[in-house]
Design a protein. Structure first.
Length: 167
């Protein structure tokens, strides 16, 4: 029995290593940055650059950022979208949780969006999931009121949005 398990292990080991290397290369397309805002706030983001005209600002859900987001962001970047994944939980030292998403200042997220637009992108989409959709909608409304970002804000990509408050 041990010999059979060992022979199977040695047979599958190269394939497993190839999968790990492939996923690492996809995630390696991103670069970590710190976006410093005018009020002194530092927001860590993962940027997956692309040559297209559109940028996506991916806001976290109530659970924070996830590992599979990097793979999706790398795929979107390969299709021409400049993807910025904001880690707001780390920026404000807030643990992921049900109602913690309300603690993030909308003005700071608008500041990150305006920094993205200074890189030359013409279109900006806000992206989030779960309770982060409410934050994305509040940021979108603030962008509509902003003189610099009004024409560039294009829309939302919301995955299973949770837009209810309380029970």
């Amino acid at each position: 029995m041990r010999r059979t398990v060992a022979s199977i292990w040695y047979r599958w080991l190269p394939a497993c290593c190839l999968v790990i290397v492939t996923v690492s290369v996809a995630v390696a397309g991103g670069e970590q940055r710190i976006v410093t805002l005018g009020n002194g706030a530092d927001i860590p983001v993962w940027r997956f650059p692309a040559q297209g005209r559109a940028a996506l600002l991916w806001l976290p859900s109530e659970y924070g950022t996830r590992a599979n987001q990097e793979i999706t962001a790398a795929g979107l970047s390969a299709r021409g979208y400049d993807v910025w994944v904001a880690d707001l939980h780390a920026a404000y030292f807030v643990a992921p949780g049900r109602d913690r998403i309300q603690q993030f200042p909308v003005a700071d997220v608008v500041g990150v969006a305006e920094k993205i637009l200074t890189t030359g992108k013409e279109q900006l989409f806000l992206m989030s999931a779960g309770k982060g959709a409410g934050l994305a909608l509040r940021v979108g409304r603030a962008l509509q009121r902003s003189d610099t970002a009004r024409r560039s804000a294009r829309g939302f990509l919301l995955f299973n949005p949770y837009l209810s408050q309380g029970r």
